[in-house]
Ligand binder design. Structure first.
Ligand code: PMP
Length: 390
């Protein structure tokens, strides 16, 4: 069997050992976290420990962490007119989202379609700050949602600068930090975020858990799911204790190893990109001129089709994806690359390579060997340099 290497960490990461152990322990608990008996209190304790661990990852107060089924739900919970900030209790009158947001943000959450406006990004996928200032003048109490880092390109947004502009315009800022958390610094105060979404499975926890984190004094007054009083009346339903415990353990582990992992991943990613460019001079790497996550590389080569490239990579033992792999496995033209005004033919061929904390040099070599095979079979007639295309 072909040796396999996984390069799709932005879609989902493997479960960390710490998360597996925490989940296994939590699965052994019987109590409902809302019950007052000692079984219930044990389940409660596991949830509250996870709340502390998740809060620490983003420098927040544990009481401001609301567990959800994932970042999609956290985004839906956050994007509502029903937000209060201290004494400012009037509903938000307009939502502004960047053109490169995840579909769960671009959908506009719980705002009416007519209240949602898309913010322009430049050709590197970075929010245009001058355009942001102009756009915000149209609202009295805006809510702005800009991601920390993009899932397709890895491009990092200037969140602190955006926060300054948003707050000066009487606005609140929501940050989808799913791809940044555990990879780059994600301190809420340093970012200036009022609300922040996290997903467990991108940082080594289980799928189906996430959180919305609020700055002190920010309140969501309209829950998305009503019923019981769980999560301080903000998210009804008996908690998924094992998933939450696994999320907490993963957040703590990610926090501890973040800096070392980032340095290693960046070196490996850069090595891949240098070799890719040397062997395939026509390759274009998106967002290469701006600050990106240490683990992500989105590239395209004229004439390459993402669907066939991904299948060919897979047959050669390599898991990669096209830009967005979030839904049904369908390869669609990337909305992110469209927002960046990338050439449509080139964008159709974009392949995303994303690394993680266990990625090795040997795996990068496997990736490069596979690329030469993929390229030599799919890019007939194009010049490939360096390594022999076996
Ligand atoms: N935001 C971003 C930037 C993402 O990459 C993803 C996952 N693809 C989500 C939100 C949704 O997260 P979840 O899978 O936890 O719903």
């Amino acid at each position: 069997m072909t040796e396999r290497a996984y390069f799709d960490w932005n879609a989902t990461a493997p479960l960390r050992q710490e998360a597996r152990e925490a989940m296994s322990a939590a699965l052994g608990l019987t109590g409902n976290a809302s019950s007052v008996h000692s079984e219930g209190r044990a389940a409660r304790k596991a949830i509250e420990q996870a709340r502390v661990q998740v809060a620490a990852l983003v420098g927040a107060e544990p009481k401001n962490v609301t567990f959800t089924s994932g970042a999609t739900e956290a985004n839906m919970l956050a994007l509502t007119p029903a937000l209060e900030a201290g004494l400012a209790k009037a509903p938000r009158d307009r939502l502004f989202v960047s053109g490169v947001e995840h579909p769960s943000v671009r959908s506009g959450g719980r705002f009416a379609a007519g209240q949602v406006e898309v913010l322009n990004v430049d050709s590197d996928g970075v929010v245009d700050l001058a355009a942001l200032r102009v756009a915000l003048a149209k609202a009295e109490r805006p809510l702005v949602s800009v991601m920390l880092a993009n899932n397709e390109t890895g491009v990092i947004q200037p969140i602190a600068a955006i926060a300054g502009i948003v707050h000066a315009a009487n606005g609140l800022l929501h940050v989808d930090a799913v791809q940044g958390a555990g990879r780059i610094d994600c301190d809420m105060a340093a970012l200036g975020a009022d609300l922040l979404s996290l997903s467990s499975h991108k940082l080594g926890g289980p799928q189906g858990a996430g959180a919305l984190v609020r700055r002190d004094g920010i309140h969501v007054t309209a829950p998305l799911i009503t019923g019981g009083g769980q999560e301080r009346n903000l998210r009804a339903g008996t908690e998924n204790v094992a998933a939450i415990a696994g999320f907490g353990a993963a957040a703590e582990a990610a926090n501890l190893s973040r800096q070392a992992d980032a340095g290693r991943m960046a070196a490996l990613r850069d090595r891949f990109e240098v070799a890719l460019a040397a062997r395939t001079p026509s390759a274009v790497i998106f967002g290469q001129n701006v600050t990106r996550l240490p683990n992500t590389s989105l590239f395209a080569v004229p004439g390459l089709k993402a669907e066939t490239a991904i299948i060919s990579f897979d047959l050669n033992g390599i898991a990669v994806s096209s830009g967005a792999a979030c839904s049904s496995g369908k390869v669609q033209t990337s909305a992110v690359l469209a927002a960046m005004a990338a050439d449509a033919d080139l964008a159709r061929g974009a392949v995303r390579v994303s690394l993680g904390w266990t990625t090795t040099e040997a795996e990068i070599e496997l990736l490069l060997t596979a690329w030469m095979r993929v390229a030599s079979s799919l890019l007939k007639g194009q010049e490939l340099k360096g390594a022999r295309a076996a």
